[in-house]
Every structure is written in structure tokens, then in C-alpha cells.
Design a protein around this ligand. Structure first.
Ligand SMILES: Cc1cc2nc3c(=O)[nH]c(=O)nc-3n(C[C@H](O)[C@H](O)[C@H](O)COP(=O)(O)OP(=O)(O)OC[C@H]3O[C@@H](n4cnc5c(N)ncnc54)[C@H](O)[C@@H]3O)c2cc1C
Length: 511
């Protein structure tokens, strides 16, 4: 992926078949499906790929056990199918993970156990393994740090886990492999209409500040929590609304869990679920579901949300996490579609597609796990309503860039899959820090092949350092800037500017 080449393509391409606005899970899903159907596709992203919610998820590829409780059977069945497809097509990025629900009431074990048997059945052939009841002894063996006071036993079940930002980058690569064009730091400004039908968009390059027009037969707005604003620019009186709901995660040292299994808490003090999941040698604990009025690309965790996670997590852990144990805090906004008088935790995670009167397709809602289906649904609608020659979707069997089976998840380069050797050949493979998995070779690869332009791109989404340990990321920022500026041949003050920008951002990731 090369940004300069792609920006030049815009200048020469007279008209695209399809433009996607938004480089998160939704937009990438649309672009990849459109490419698989042989359309000429451009995807633009205002910031970096995955910079929005799509790098801030709980990192689960799941049917969503808790949606069973809401009676959303069709959503669970759809997501379980997508879970299987995602695991098949990206085994270097998605893995089968065991989740344990520790039970403290005798009734909980059969209650949750039966629900999980239904979950297994719904997955059918794409199941990742049967759920099982665990005795108290077995539960402790599997999670040595589980709170043992009045522990009754547990249930183990299977779901998927992935690296969301790495998936986003790999999807961007896959789009390019399949003939599409992706550009980060290119912002949608407005729509262009001819005869009152959309015929393109105006954009601004966030790096050079130059603005230009891009023509297309089809335009898709897939901008997550930002989608309503863009939809209103197209159709001011539209009835659909996004109700953003904030979710916070805390990152702890792996010694708090001491297990390869995750804990799932089925009923927190506010009636939600909470996960403690091993990820990149740390434990991610979350999340919250807080309705918010402000939509920001960098949402901030509130004190209540932090306290809520710590107080609910400590009920299940022998070693009680304190604020000072938190290595990183990251926060995302769910793009939920609003229904009157419903709290955000009961709002559906199902997606909706709206084709406006002036022909713009707006994709709203959804979840990471169903990104492919969301994209396919948009293109199926395009196929049924436009007079474009469109082939059937091929994404069900489309391997994601770097596809490789049997990668070892203890290898910090595993998410590159088949590209690992290329990455390693870029420079030194000695980690820059004892606490973080990042090397000079990864930084150079990120710049040359993954369109990384800033320290943040490298530390937050090409590697996950900022989410793993925010303070340690700050301490290596200078070295990262040095390697980057030499590779980019940057001007004298670039390093200092970049460090200041990164420090301002990173202070929101530690307590
Ligand atoms: C706390 C939390 C935990 C979650 N956990 C899970 C999970 O474990 N599993 C799961 O399946 N799902 C999960 N989800 C849901 C999932 O993460 C989201 O549904 C998904 O990431 C949303 O993707 P998106 O592309 O719609 O939005 P985003 O990722 O926000 O992408 C939208 C993009 O549009 C860009 N954009 C905005 N305006 C413009 C413009 N003018 N021009 C160009 N680009 C623009 C933004 O910069 C942004 O990158 C979670 C969500 C949250 C909040």
C-alpha cells in the first residue's frame, strides 16, 4: 500500500464505480465485497484505518452470548456464521479462545450452561468446540487467580478473539490485492450531485490540505458514529438516528489472570457482561455501556467507568486490580441505531442500510464480527437497485492478506502471517523495549507497506503498544520518531512535532 501512488490514482481516474467513506470495519467490509465483485473501488478515511471504534473493541469475534438474553436469535446466528468465516479466512488474525464463566450460585451453572448449549447448537458446523461444565477444582486449575470464596464451579465455552486494528490494516491490504484503492488521511467534505442524484464527493487531503472532487457511480457512507452527520448532509430530514454508546477497557498485567483462558462475567452490577481476556501478553478488561451526547474520534473514559470496571473485576480475581495497576485505558463509541426509549445496552447491534432519495447508501450500526456480511448486504442492495454489471460476492471464501494457518500466537509477529519474513528483513528485530513488542523492522515495514504516517499510527494500530502499556509507549516515542524520520526523510522539526502530538494523545491512555 502506497499513499502517494494512490493519491495520484485519484488525479487520473475519471470515475470510480464505488467510493466508500470510512476506513473502519464497516467501510472496509463494503470495499472488500465491492472489489470481490470486480468493481473499481476507492475507500477514503479521514484519519487512519481503524482509528475510530474499530481499534477500540473488546477484540472478540463472537455471536454475542448476551444477545441471546435479548432474544436476538437472528443476530446471534448471523454473527456465529461470520465468526466461522472470519476464522477460516484469517487464521493468522483470529483464534479460538476458551471463556470461563465462574459460578457462585448452584443455580447459575445449569442456567448459563443451558444457554451456552443453545449457543453451541446455533453455531452448527462452524462451532469452535462444545461448552462444558467445570467442577470447582477444574475452574481453579484453568484460572488459578479466580476468586475462590464460595466458588461453585464454572462453564467453559468457545468464541473467537482477534486483533481489531491489525485486521483493519490486513483488510486494507486485501482490498488493494483485489484491485481496490485505499487512502488514509483523506476527508469527505460534501457530496456532489448531478440532476439531484449523487455523482461524487469533495475531499480534503489532511496532509497537504488540498481539496478536490472525486466522481463515482455509487457512494457509500460507512462512518460508524459519524454516519448520522454525513447522512444528514445528504438528507437533512432523515428519521434514522445514531445513539452513541461509550465502552471503556482497562489493560492489566497478565499476572491478574495467570491463564490462557478468558473470564466472562455474565451479570455485572449494571446487568451487562464483563470480559477479562488475555491479549498480547496482557489482560483486557471491559467494557462499559454509557450513553454519551458528544461524538469524538478520541473519546475519554470517565472516572465512574474506570471505577465500575475495577470494582466488578475485583469480585472475580484473587489479586484485586487497583488504578495504579492499569497499564492502558482505551475507549470506543458504539454506533447504535436509536429506537425510542431504549437504553443503549438493549439496543440491537444489527446493521441497517438506508438508500437516500439522492442515491447515497448509508450503512449504520453493526459489529466487527459481521463486517463482511454488512459489506455484502450493501452490495446486494446495490445489485438489486442499480443498473451496474455486478458479479456475485466472493468474500465468503476470500483469504485475508497474510493468510497463514498454524501461526504461533506466542510469536509477537504472528499477525503478519505469511508476511513475517518480509517484515523481519526490513531492519533490526531487537525489541525497542523490554516491555513492548516492537522492533525497528516493524516500524520500517509499517511506513513502506502499511501507510503509517505518524508515531500514533505505528504505536497504536500497526503495533498495539499504546494499548498494551501507555507509559512505556511514551518512553519509546523518541526512538520511534528517530527511526521514522530517517525512513521518511522528514524535515528537521518533524520528530519534535510528532513527539508532542503523541504525548498529548497518550496522556488519555494512562491513569
Ligand atoms: C467498547 C466497544 C467494544 C466492542 N467490542 C466488540 C467486539 O468485541 N466484537 C465485535 O464484533 N464488535 C465489537 N464492537 C463493535 C465494533 O467495534 C463496531 O461496531 C465497529 O468497529 C464499528 O466500525 P465502523 O467502521 O462502523 O466505525 P469506525 O470504526 O468508527 O469507523 C468509521 C470511520 O469513519 C471515519 N470518518 C468519519 N468521518 C469521516 C469523513 N468525513 N471522511 C472520511 N472518513 C471519515 C472515521 O475516522 C472512522 O475511522 C465494540 C464496540 C465498542 C464501542
Amino acid at each position: 500500500m502506497n499513499r502517494d501512488i494512490n493519491i495520484n490514482k485519484i488525479a487520473t481516474e475519471k470515475e470510480w464505480d464505488l467510493i466508500v467513506i470510512g476506513g473502519g470495519a464497516s467501510g472496509l467490509g463494503v470495499a472488500i465485497d465491492a472489489c470481490s465483485r470486480n468493481l473499481k473501488v476507492l475507500l477514503i478515511e479521514e484519519f487512519d484505518f481503524g482509528k475510530g471504534t474499530s481499534s477500540r473493541s473488546t477484540k472478540l469475534v463472537h455471536g454475542g452470548v448476551r444477545y441471546l438474553k435479548n432474544g436476538e436469535l437472528s443476530l446471534v446466528i448471523e454473527a456465529l456464521k461470520e465468526r466461522g468465516i472470519m476464522l477460516n479466512n484469517a487464521p493468522h488474525l483470529v483464534r479460538n479462545m476458551s471463556f470461563i464463566i465462574p459460578t457462585y450460585d448452584w443455580w447459575d451453572t445449569p442456567f448459563y450452561g443451558i444457554g451456552l448449549k443453545v449457543y453451541d447448537l446455533m453455531a452448527g458446523k462452524l462451532g469452535l468446540g462444545p461448552s462444558q461444565f467445570l467442577s470447582k477444582k477444574e475452574t481453579i486449575e484453568k484460572i488459578p487467580n479466580v476468586n475462590q470464596d464460595e466458588l461453585n464451579g464454572g462453564i467453559i465455552y468457545h468464541d473467537g478473539q482477534f486483533d481489531d486494528a491489525r485486521m483493519a490494516i490486513s483488510l486494507a491490504h486485501t482490498i488493494e490485492e483485489n484491485g481496490g484503492t485505499v487512502i488514509n488521511y483523506l476527508k469527505w467534505d460534501s457530496f456532489i450531485y448531478e440532476k439531484n442524484m449523487v455523482s461524487g464527493i469533495k475531499v480534503t487531503d489532511q496532509i497537504t490540505q488540498s481539496s478536490f472532487e472525486v466522481k463515482a457511480k455509487i457512494v457509500v457512507n460507512a462512518t460508524g458514529v459519524f454516519a448520522e452527520k454525513i447522512m444528514r448532509a445528504d438528507e437533512p430530514k432523515v428519521k434514522l438516528k445514531i445513539k452513541p454508546s461509550q465502552g471503556v477497557h482497562l489493560v492489566l498485567d497478565k499476572s491478574f489472570l495467570k491463564s490462557e483462558n478468558a473470564i466472562m462475567v455474565p451479570n455485572t452490577s449494571d446487568g451487562r457482561v464483563l470480559f477479562a481476556v488475555p491479549w498480547h501478553d496482557v489482560v483486557v478488561v471491559g467494557t462499559t455501556d454509557t450513553e454519551v451526547n458528544t461524538i469524538s474520534i478520541e473519546p475519554k473514559a470517565s472516572e465512574q467507568e474506570i471505577d465500575f470496571i475495577l470494582s466488578n473485576a475485583e469480585k472475580y480475581m484473587t489479586r484485586k486490580p487497583k488504578r495504579s495497576d492499569v497499564k492502558s485505558v482505551f475507549t470506543g463509541l458504539r454506533p447504535l441505531i436509536s429506537k425510542e426509549n431504549k437504553s443503549s445496552k438493549s439496543l440491537s447491534r444489527k446493521h441497517t442500510i438506508y438508500k437516500s432519495q439522492r442515491g447515497v447508501y448509508h450503512l449504520l450500526g453493526g459489529k466487527w464480527t459481521t463486517y463482511r456480511k454488512m459489506g455484502k448486504d450493501v452490495l446486494d442492495l446495490v445489485e438489486s437497485t442499480e443498473s451496474l454489471p455486478i458479479e456475485p460476492s466472493k468474500t465468503e471464501n476470500l483469504k485475508i492478506f497474510g493468510y497463514k494457518r498454524d501461526t504461533s500466537w506466542s510469536d509477537s509477529f504472528h499477525f503478519y502471517g505469511s508476511e513475517k519474513d518480509v517484515v523481519m528483513s526490513m531492519g533490526s528485530n531487537k525489541p525497542l523495549s523490554d516491555l513492548l513488542p516492537i522492533t525497528e523492522s516493524q516500524i520500517i515495514y509499517a511506513i513502506r507497506f502499511e501507510m503509517a504516517l505518524s508515531i500514533e499510527d505505528v504505536l497504536s494500530r500497526r503495533t498495539r503498544c499504546l494499548l498494551i502499556d501507555a507509559k512505556e509507549s511514551i518512553s519509546i516515542a523518541q526512538e520511534v520518531a528517530r527511526i521514522m524520520s530517517s525512513e521518511l526523510n522528514a524535515e528537521e522539526n518533524w520528530e519534535e512535532e510528532q513527539i508532542q502530538l503523541f504525548l498529548a494523545l497518550a496522556k488519555n491512555y494512562h491513569l
